[in-house]
Design a protein around this ligand. Structure first.
Ligand SMILES: *[C@@H]1O[C@H](CO)[C@@H](O)[C@H](O)[C@H]1NC(C)=O
Ligand SMILES: *[C@@H]1O[C@H](CO)[C@@H](O)[C@H](O)[C@H]1NC(C)=O
Ligand SMILES: *[C@@H]1O[C@H](CO)[C@@H](O)[C@H](O)[C@H]1NC(C)=O
Ligand SMILES: *[C@@H]1O[C@H](CO)[C@@H](O)[C@H](O)[C@H]1NC(C)=O
Length: 359
């Protein structure tokens, strides 16, 4: 189906840093009997009723959405965005989020374009290309949720209105470590670790076996100058953004503040899903309930294999190397909780406690 590139746990896996899609040993080799963890999640989610999703057994799903939309409108917020863009940062919980979206798009009847293709880049090579993407996104059948690992796209620069932007960030050292192990061992799926083997990235065995502590101690290139693309995901594809300097951090912060409806954090995934429900009920109502349910089955699922806690000294070293990323991450966290406080003050947060009389 065109609007939804079916994703199995394997198909959504990308190498974060190198952006290489290893198709050679991919899904084609999955045996027919093998159960897709995503399907397990979908089955589990199906046990939930609409009532469960609304957090209130007395209201229909559509009236809870309408009610939330009216409130958003009352506060001058966009009540019913037709285009939502989730330019997902890799390894920040997007697999789980995609499972939730895969379920909700059917329940709430919207379109999803999960833009994944072999060797797709995270950045746009030119303004022409970015303009092409803006045109593509604005031409999809609405309401549309567009998902892609892509650096921030500036719609107004090309004469279009901003879509509703959402994203999820993660503690930079955790993100770095997660990438480090992912590049070596791939994902450890719930049912079948053989698949993880299929997705290992080519590298010499000794490099693969190198612990992250040794990587830091020996100042191997990968760790001596730890790489992260967290900043450009919120800044954009320009050369300034890709340099990841102070200017890029400033632009990224401004975007987080002004352009994103919400940027959640993986460390507080429940509040992140709830915040998505608040700013975009049409696309996300029920997401936090679904997350809780999915968590019961997802447990082992997107964990990267062979993970061992690194030494505190390693963490400290990486923290220093990712100083600018922390500046952005801490800002994202601060704004996230400020927005939640703001939602609470405006009674946008507590749809759990709502009753019929308030309609
Ligand atoms: C895991 O998957 C591999 C192929 O991807 C298959 O050969 C193997 O039988 C599977 N193992 C289990 C326990 O399902
Ligand atoms: C879903 O709602 C039903 C009642 O409508 C309730 O019995 C059940 O416990 C709820 N399930 C969850 C997971 O909240
Ligand atoms: C826009 O869509 C066209 C047609 O599907 C595709 O060939 C092109 O690569 C897309 N552009 C971008 C920047 O994604
Ligand atoms: C649903 O409505 C009944 C009767 O009006 C009320 O007693 C109950 O508290 C309501 N439940 C919720 C979750 O609002």
């Amino acid at each position: 189906m065109k609007l939804w590139i079916r994703f199995s746990a394997i198909a959504v896996i990308f190498l974060d840093v190198l952006t290489v899609f290893l198709s050679s040993n991919g899904p084609a080799q999955e045996s027919a009997q093998q159960v897709d963890p995503s399907d397990i999640v979908q089955n589990e989610l199906r046990t939930l009723s609409n009532d469960n999703l609304t957090h209130n057994q007395n209201l229909s799903l559509s009236s809870v959405i309408k009610f939330q939309q009216q409130k958003l409108k009352g506060f001058g917020l966009v009540p019913n965005p037709q285009i939502v863009v989730y330019n997902r940062v890799p390894k920040c919980g997007s697999t789980t989020t995609l499972d939730i979206i895969r379920f909700l798009r059917k329940k709430l009847h919207y379109n999803v374009f999960n833009d994944i293709a072999p060797k797709m880049k995270h950045f746009m090579e030119s303004d022409e290309q970015e303009y092409g993407l803006v045109r593509n996104i604005t031409q999809f059948k609405r309401p549309i949720l567009y998902i892609r690992h892509v650096y921030f796209i500036d719609f107004p620069k090309y004469g279009y209105r901003d879509p509703l932007y959402i994203n999820i960030a993660r503690d930079p050292v955790s993100l770095f470590i997660s990438n480090y192990f992912y590049l070596r061992f791939g994902f450890q799926t719930a049912k079948n670790t053989t698949n993880a083997q299929n997705w290992k990235h080519e590298m010499p065995d000794e490099r693969r076996a190198m612990s992250i502590d040794d990587c830091v101690k020996t100042e191997a290139q990968e760790c001596a100058r730890p790489y992260s693309n967290l900043i450009p995901f919120f800044c954009g594809s320009s050369s300034i953004c890709q340099k990841r300097g102070d200017e890029a951090v400033a632009i990224a912060k401004q975007n987080v503040l002004d352009r994103y409806a919400i940027v959640g954090i993986m460390e507080d995934f429940h509040s992140t899903m709830k915040a998505f429900e608040v700013v975009s009920p049409r696309f996300f109502m029920g997401a936090s309930v679904l997350l809780d349910k999915a968590n019961q089955v997802l447990h082992e699922r997107s964990k990267t294999a062979h993970k061992k806690e690194p030494d505190p000294a390693t963490v400290e070293y990486l923290r220093k190397g990712l100083k600018r990323e922390y500046e952005l991450y801490n800002f994202i966290k601060e704004i996230f909780y400020k927005k939640i406080e703001n939602f609470k003050e405006r009674d946008l947060w507590g749809f759990d406690e709502r009753n019929k009389e308030s309609i």
